[in-house]
Design a protein around this ligand. Structure first.
Ligand code: IMP
Ligand code: MG
Length: 185
């Protein structure tokens, strides 16, 4: 396995900038949901994990967390195909709850669109999306985003929850991959 420094093109978002923006998001979410009833954050595994754990520490309201996992078929894991399968569903009823989906990145939009479609059938009080990153140039289906950390250019990024072939999620910053220097083994 390569050291990430061997293929890091540039640090797109530093750890400090991530944490500063996440504090702002947490404050905004705390204001918006105050007095609105039960708040449930649903993290989409696995990319959203680091974002969730930092974000929830910046939310001053009582809230619960849950996890879902989805897999998309085909194309080597670098892009989704629109064919989404729920591989881990919720263990709780979301009826009448304020649900906020916590995602690492919205790219084509297929993943989050499929999750929104499924969860809306379960009649939550509200259903919204909070994404750390928005790669808006790649959108294929329109998705409503209530909270967005950063809009980013159409580049493959890694770190802070986002993987390249399942690795490098632990890095505290968002980096851009230089694909010419990345060796897939
Ligand atoms: P979408 O369904 O195309 O919106 O894809 C969303 C998923 O693709 C994310 O949850 C990520 O797992 C993955 N993804 C998209 N772009 C990147 C990237 O630049 N780096 C790492 N993962 C990505
Ligand atoms: Mg991924």
């Amino acid at each position: 396995m390569q050291d990430y420094r061997d293929f890091l093109g540039e640090v797109l978002i530093s750890s400090e900038n991530l944490q500063r923006r996440i504090a702002e998001l947490g404050e905004q979410i705390s204001k918006d949901y105050a007095g609105k009833g039960e708040l449930l954050l649903i993290c989409i595994l696995r990319g959203g994990v680091l974002f969730l754990t930092d974000l929830m520490r910046q939310i001053s309201l009582p809230h619960a967390i849950e996890f879902m996992a989805v897999s998309s078929y085909g194309v080597g894991g670098r892009q989704s195909t629109g064919q989404i399968r729920i591989s881990l569903d919720l263990n709780v009823d979301i009826f009448n709850k304020n649900v906020l989906l916590v995602e690492d990145i919205i790219d084509s939009g297929h993943t989050i669109a499929a999750i929104l479609e499924l969860l809306s059938t379960r009649k939550p009080a509200s259903l919204s999306v909070c994404t750390l990153l928005d790669k808006f140039e790649r959108r294929e289906v329109e998705v409503p985003i209530k909270y967005c950390g950063f809009s980013i250019p159409n580049k493959f990024v890694f770190g802070y929850g986002l993987d390249i072939d399942d690795y490098y999620r632990n890095l505290p910053f968002i980096g851009v991959v230089d694909l010419d220097r990345y060796k897939h083994d």
